[in-house]
Design a protein around this ligand. Structure first.
Ligand code: HEC
Length: 198
């Protein structure tokens, strides 16, 4: 009996050596004598699943899961403290950005990508999407007292969560970039306020 299994093992070893490693790719269906664990059931991306109620097999992370890279300080992550919105951009994020100049440059770039389609280059609420008829009411200009006096944290939260007709950009724009955009919106506001002075 033992002899028999040894012969079998040797046979498969030899078979594997000859049939397996020829150093070429092939379109032919492989011959697999032992199929254990070879063709495992698995889902591909976007494939339907009957296991979950919503039939999506790509699952969002379980509620409450925090990635190791994720910012957990609510002041930085969401622009809020126990007493409400933070008034000014937390200094830590300016340091992380490599100083205010670098942060503003980044903010300008990101703003021009994500916000100008609706809000316009200078934040007047006249972006191309609005001009061409987006089917949404035009956004308010940033150059009005209500938004000028909004806490930085509220601007940040507006980008993260959206507001009324404005969609949320939290999932697309990372935390550090959201703060950079806030700084740039502030710079835009200052620039327009100065322009109006005689
Ligand atoms: C798809 C179009 C669209 C994009 C893109 C967009 N917004 Fe808006 N935003 C709106 C609309 C519409 C409103 C007005 C919402 C309302 O009052 O119903 C608005 C409102 C705002 C307000 C005023 C909030 C308030 O309390 O009145 C701020 C600030 C703002 N957006 C910032 C941004 C920033 C910063 C970006 C880029 C990250 C951005 N938005 C991208 C459409 C957009």
């Amino acid at each position: 009996m033992r002899r028999h299994s040894l012969t079998l093992t040797l046979f498969f070893a030899a078979f594997g050596a000859i049939a397996g490693c020829r150093g070429q790719t092939t379109e032919d269906t492989p011959i697999v004598p032992i199929r254990n664990m070879y063709g495992q059931p698995k889902y591909s991306m976007q494939q339907e699943s009957m296991y979950f109620d919503d039939h999506r097999n790509m699952r969002p992370p379980v509620f409450g899961v925090i990635s190791r890279e994720e910012e957990i300080d609510p002041k930085i992550a969401h622009g809020v403290t126990d007493t409400g919105y933070v008034m000014v951009v937390p200094p830590e994020v300016v340091t992380r950005a490599g100083g205010m100049d670098a942060m503003l440059a980044r903010g300008r770039e990101r703003f021009n990508i994500y916000c100008t389609p609706c809000h316009g280059l200078a934040g007047a609420g006249d972006g191309i999407v609005i001009k061409r008829g987006a089917g949404m009411p035009p956004p308010p200009t940033y150059h009005q007292d209500r938004i000028r006096h909004m806490p930085d944290g509220q601007l940040f939260a507006t980008i993260e969560n959206g507001v009324r007709n404005m969609p949320a950009y939290g999932p697309q724009i990372p935390t550090q970039d959201r703060w950079a955009i806030v700084e740039y919106v502030r710079a835009l506001q200052v620039s327009q306020a100065l322009e109006k002075k005689p």
